[in-house]
Design a protein around this ligand. Structure first.
Ligand code: ADP
Ligand code: MG
Length: 679
């Protein structure tokens, strides 16, 4: 057995259990080892029998004083064993496990862990867990509790992990050099791995956790720094010769830029006139006008006789950008092309040709823009929109399509600044912290399910007045299939009960891209009035005539995500509404809904979400494009994060030890597998 072996090599594991583990994302021994406990039970302090507390889980050490008897009442059997210590006696009972009758012998010593309950006037410890100890040598333990869901018991899961340590005494390989471990006071890796699962005591737990958090952050930071050096490598940046175009473009835009937009544009101007390669992240709330920034920057580069490529995460979004760019650029004589996966081969050929010859000046597309067959004549700027959907590698690929083109990344994901500096370590950051004027506030209200019918009528009324609406269905995390079902049944029901057949359509992740696109286009044109969707609509779609956003099971979403969804309405001149159906009665859920009702500011909302839900869940989602962190917590472990960042810098800067570097590389691959860093 080795780390990369399948879990099926574990002792006592059947096909069923292999499947159950798979559901938890565990297929290899390594996965299992990195499936850390979510909590621990302290069974290291033994109580005396006389001190056992009624209704509580108790850990105690006792001798078998009367061996088992099995009692049968109707179809229930239970096995009773009498236990004693120097302070008294107590019975333990187990239901329907008759084989326990012969499992215990008088005089043997066990550690028991179970609840003391009163049954028929007598106190008994009910179905305790037990562990045999050599008489007089009992040592209690801190027992891990794993996040495992249904179908597996803690005991069995724990047994798997124990099995690994029995089979492979030192399952992991140290990859941090000694000097880092000394400098940052970190324990050895195998020690950490063992004690995170089976801490000997509190101290060893803290040591173990600190080490593992550190290594996780270290790998993350080292990966980021590497990307940075690939992207920067002292390359000479293209210098803009005609900076006046930054002023010029503002006259062509149909609106005047906000102060925040002007400031960001100024920062971009400084970058592209500096001789360095620009590598800038523009962070701005939904609707803050990031596209205008992209257009302005693109214009200035194109005026230099260079090409600009913009990559969007979805076909729909790419198409939308294409139209926006066309409407601005066409009158200015700038040729814009759309490069999408759904082009017919003849069209595609033409487009590729135009790109290669340099006739196409502005290239908008999806991943298609980084494919091998795309050859640019002279790429000056690459822009990625909603970049948290892209991996670093993709950004790198786009970058390598040209001779050190400038790079601009756009994201609506609000992250507090200090954190952003660490996470987006390889990028300079600009923030658009102002919305264009005249944006009306979107009326947001949170309601219970009782109001659902009334809300449907409310939507109906607006549809009759010619408006459109989105309905976002409950998020079902466990299964895509269930999610598809939920969306389609919801849409069906609405058709039967209230809306006309052809007014309503649904989109979900299970659809083919083409199909999805067709519906989105129909919705954008106004042919479809109501779009029932999963969160696929989250990114960037712009339909000014849509005025209602109804979100079912709003309590299941992150607030930042709700905010993004809400940003789909309020894009025209009509009054817009966001209605959140909250099915939870919990106080926190209500408070979170209240935040949505009260605030329209993405940064405030994400800070509040953090406060209310805690960082675990906030960062548990994919919204920041980080690889899954198994143990580190970006807020609580900020100190360790800073140390790890420093260590990674030292490691990469002053280290000629090829072997050490290779080991770290190796580890990155092992830990993240095919997951890319999307920062
Ligand atoms: P996002 O930052 O979410 O990508 P967009 O760039 O799509 O936002 O802009 C949203 C809408 O606001 C667009 O219709 C755009 O034309 C408009 N807009 C952008 N900047 C301004 C501005 N300074 N004044 C008025 N409208 C603007
Ligand atoms: Mg956008």
């Amino acid at each position: 057995m080795e780390l990369q072996s399948s879990v099926s090599e574990l002792k006592g594991i059947g096909e069923q259990r292999v499947k159950r583990l798979q559901r938890l994302g565990i297929t290899t021994i390594q996965d299992l080892l990195f499936h850390f406990p979510r909590d621990y039970e302290d069974r290291s302090n033994f109580k005396k029998i006389a001190d056992l507390e009624l209704g509580e889980q108790n850990t105690f050490l006792a001798r078998i004083s009367k061996s088992g008897e099995t009692i049968r009442i109707k179809n229930l059997t239970f096995t009773r064993v009498e236990l004693e210590d120097e302070t008294g006696k107590v019975n333990a009972v187990w239901y329907n496990q008759p084989y326990l009758k012969t499992a215990f012998s008088i005089g043997e010593e066990y550690i028991f862990f179970g609840k003391l309950q009163k049954k028929y006037g007598k106190q008994e410890v009910v179905s305790p867990q037990y562990e045999k100890v050599e008489a007089g040598k009992a040592k209690g333990s801190i027992v891990p509790i794993y996040p495992i869901g249904e179908g597996l018991s803690q005991k069995i899961f724990r047994g798997f992990i124990q099995g690994i340590f029995q089979e492979l005494k030192q399952p992991v390989t140290e990859f941090l050099p000694d000097w880092i471990r000394k400098k940052y006071l970190l324990c050895e890796r195998n020690f950490a791995m063992y004690h995170i699962h089976f801490p000997a005591d509190e101290d060893s737990f803290f040591m173990a956790r600190r080490r593992l958090v550190f290594e996780e952050f270290f790998l993350l930071q080292a990966a980021l720094l590497q990307v940075k050096s690939i992207l920067h490598q002292n390359k000479q940046g293209i210098v803009i010769k005609n900076p006046d175009s930054f002023q010029e473009i503002q006259d062509y835009l149909p609106f005047s830029m906000t102060d925040a937009q002007k400031r960001v544009l100024q920062e971009i101007k400084e970058d592209v006139t500096s001789g360095k390669v620009m590598n800038r992240l523009v962070q701005g709330d939904v609707g803050s006008g990031k596209t205008a920034i992209a257009m302005a920057a693109a214009y200035c580069i194109i005026k230099e006789g260079l090409q600009v490529a913009m990559m969007a995460p979805t076909e729909v979004l790419a198409e939308q950008h294409y139209h926006s760019f066309c409407s601005l650029f066409q009158p200015l004589g700038i040729k814009t092309v759309l490069l999408s996966g759904s082009l017919k081969s003849k069209e595609k050929k033409e487009v590729l040709n135009a790109i290669a010859l340099g006739e196409a000046q502005m290239i908008v597309g999806t991943h298609a823009v980084i494919q091998k067959n795309v050859v640019y004549a002279h790429l000056g700027l690459v822009i990625t929109d909603e970049q948290h959907r892209f991996g670093v590698r993709q950004r790198e690929m786009l970058f390598q399509k040209g001779e050190s083109p400038h790079v601009l990344v756009m994201t609506a994901t609000p992250i507090p600044r200090t954190l952003a500096l660490i996470l987006y370590g390889d990028l300079d950051i600009s923030i658009i912290d102002e919305l264009p004027p005249g944006r009306q506030k979107i009326d947001t209200i949170a309601v219970t399910t009782k109001y659902r019918e009334r809300i449907h009528k409310f939507i109906k009324k607006h549809v009759e007045e010619g408006r459109q609406a989105y309905i976002v269905c409950p998020m079902i995390e466990e299964s895509d299939k269930l999610e598809v079902e939920a969306v389609t049944t919801y849409a069906e029901r609405l058709k039967q009960e209230i809306f006309l057949e052809d007014e309503i359509a649904c989109v979900h992740g299970g659809m083919k891209a083409e199909e999805k696109q067709k519906i989105m286009q129909a919705f954008a044109k106004g042919d479809i009035k109501i779009l029932v969707a999963t969160t696929v609509i989250e990114v960037g779609i712009h339909v000014p005539n849509a005025v209602i956003m109804l979100i079912e099971n709003a309590e299941r979403f992150g607030l930042a995500q709700l905010h993004q969804l809400r940003g789909r309405v309020g894009r025209g001149t009509e009054k817009s509404y966001c209605i959140l159906i909250n099915e939870s009665k919990s106080k926190i859920a209500k408070e979170r809904m209240k935040v949505m009702e009260d605030s329209g500011d993405g940064f405030v909302i994400s800070e509040m979400d953090l406060k209310l839900r805690g960082p675990g869940e906030f960062f548990g989602t994919k919204q920041h494009g980080l690889p899954d962190l198994k143990i580190g917590n970006l807020y609580r472990d900020m100190d360790i994060l800073k140390q790890a960042q420093e260590a990674a810098q030292l490691f990469l800067a002053n280290n000629d030890n090829h072997e050490e570097k290779e080991r770290v590389q190796q580890e990155m691959k092992l830990v993240w597998k095919e997951q890319t860093l999307s920062i």
